[in-house]
Design a protein around this ligand. Structure first.
Ligand code: HEC
Length: 171
């Protein structure tokens, strides 16, 4: 299976992904993009020097492997028990935020198969990741854990639909 869809608007972040992500997201034109709108069409993508976000990795396998997988693996171990100190909370907040913002990045890499379902699942990951991030900011481990589990359900739902049921991730 291949999800090497061409990026239609040239979104996504610049080279230093984590450092620029917040800034880059402010450049995204989110309104309407979740509703299965006309992103399949041939909108003008502008010149190569256009001031827009642009995918650094267009291959979905590579993107999942290097953006989502390491973050998930870290969380899997940090979410085992409540953090003992501020550094522990910081690690959870950082990874929750990375995955939540990752939902936004997925929005701009829709599958040709069913772009609407892809985007909906991406938004569900973003939402649950955002809840996890907020709960971690309040140092509420139970709530963080609950939204962590909820987020993984959405990751898995997308893998069910778009990765042939592979990559079922456990909390
Ligand atoms: C909108 C769809 C979608 C969402 C949401 C999604 N994934 Fe994926 N993911 C995929 C697809 C498609 C693949 C298979 C890519 C391939 O190998 O072609 C994949 C593969 C993976 C893999 C396997 C990578 C490898 O090297 O084999 C991991 C790990 C992964 N995803 C983690 C996550 C995590 C963690 C989340 C949630 C925080 C998530 N994914 C959310 C679509 C999604």
């Amino acid at each position: 299976m291949s999800h090497k869809d061409k990026i239609r608007h040239g979104h996504a972040v610049g080279g230093t992904v984590l450092m620029t992500i917040g800034f880059s997201l402010s450049l995204l034109t989110l309104p309407g993009s979740a509703a299965g709108d006309d992103t399949e069409g041939s909108k003008e993508s502008g010149s190569a020097t256009a001031l827009v976000t642009q995918a650094v990795e267009e291959d979905m396998h590579e993107f999942m492997e290097y953006y989502f997988q390491p973050t998930y693996r870290r969380l899997k171990s940090t979410m085992n028990s409540a953090p003992a100190d501020n550094a522990g909370w910081k690690a959870i907040k950082a990874d929750a935020l990375t995955l939540a913002e990752g939902g936004n990045l997925l929005l701009d890499r829709p599958s040709d198969e069913d772009a609407k379902a892809w985007k909906q699942l991406s938004i569900e990951v973003r939402k649950a990741g955002q809840e996890m991030y907020q709960a971690a900011k309040k140092k509420d481990f139970e709530a963080s854990k609950a939204s962590y589990g909820a987020m993984l359900k959405q990751c898995n739902a997308c893998h069910d639909k778009f990765a042939g049921g592979e990559h079922q991730l456990a909390p």
